[in-house]
Design a protein around this ligand. Structure first.
Ligand SMILES: [Zn+2]
Length: 168
């Protein structure tokens, strides 16, 4: 927005010096649109909008059970081979660690205060980070059984489409 007294005043603010009256100054405000691809991780973010938790597994490094990465990796961080997509069964998931923040950040659509959690999920190799979207006064606690909830309506196509709640 150009102030009512014109571009020279704005230029003086920006350049921190007086702009000569005979110098033509023009401002062209622009709006930035950021476009990016999710690349090989598209399937994971699309899965969240469909209520599916998808990870990847390296058959070279892992045996028939377990060794699933969540969030997924397209290529195995250990042997660099392409990984295989797996649907994760969250049954038995529990809180591995937690910390509560009162300032979860701009654009965050969850609760305040917000319990940030890391998870222990059967057959999952990693300890994924997420947050609890519903909790009681004495929650969370380590070992607390939880289940995922998905933002299927009006998804953000970010990791915030996934949250966790206590198992009933
Ligand atoms: Zn591997």
């Amino acid at each position: 927005m150009i102030p009512s007294d014109g571009a020279p005043k704005l230029a003086k603010e920006w350049f921190k010096e007086k702009i000569p009256d005979d110098l033509l100054v023009r401002f062209n405000p622009r709006e930035i649109v950021h476009v990016h691809t999710y690349g090989g991780l598209s399937k994971f973010f699309k899965g969240l909008t469909e209520g599916a938790l998808l990870g990847t597994k390296c058959w070279n490094c892992g045996g028939p059970e377990g060794n699933i990465w969540l969030p997924p990796r397209v290529h195995c961080p250990d042997c660099w081979r392409k990984m295989t997509w797996m649907t994760i069964d969250p049954t038995g998931a529990k809180i591995y660690s937690h910390s509560t923040t009162n300032l979860p950040g701009a654009g965050f659509k969850g609760t305040v205060p917000c319990p940030l959690i890391s998870l222990e999920i059967p057959k999952v190799w990693t300890r994924p980070m997420s947050y609890l979207s519903k909790f009681a006064e004495d929650e969370p606690y380590i070992g607390m059984p939880v289940k995922p909830v998905f933002r299927r309506r009006n998804p953000t196509y970010t990791i915030l489409d996934l949250a966790w709640v206590p198992v009933d």
